[in-house]
Design a protein around this ligand. Structure first.
Ligand SMILES: Cc1cc2nc3c(=O)[nH]c(=O)nc-3n(C[C@H](O)[C@H](O)[C@H](O)COP(=O)(O)OP(=O)(O)OC[C@H]3O[C@@H](n4cnc5c(N)ncnc54)[C@H](O)[C@@H]3O)c2cc1C
Length: 64
């Protein structure tokens, strides 16, 4: 099936990953020049994708 997703933020990207895992042909339409722009400014620019790090490294990324 062809799947078109409008918006390439975290929700759109995860929907796209999920749809492609299920063998769909996915197109993401994003109005900005890159996907996940807002995601990249979360956590004061560190992004919040740190939870798969070892606990010691994860704690280093928590400001307080
Ligand atoms: C400054 C800031 C700091 C943040 N810090 C944190 C944090 O520390 N921790 C945390 O958990 N959350 C944080 N957030 C919130 C987090 O960024 C959002 O909850 C998350 O980005 C929402 O994801 P989303 O996919 O629903 O929407 P969005 O990230 O808003 O993605 C929607 C996408 O759709 C695109 N779009 C919209 N309309 C159209 C259209 N008509 N055609 C094509 N594309 C379109 C937009 O350009 C955007 O890329 C922060 C947000 C901001 C602004």
């Amino acid at each position: 099936m062809d799947v078109v997703i409008v918006g390439g933020g975290p929700a759109g990207m995860l929907a796209g990953i999920s749809a492609s895992i299920h063998k769909n042909n996915v197109t993401i339409l994003e109005k900005m020049n890159t996907l996940g722009k807002k995601l990249c400014i979360t956590g004061k620019g560190r992004c919040n994708v740190t939870s798969s790090l070892p606990m010691e490294d994860f704690i280093k990324n928590i400001p307080r």
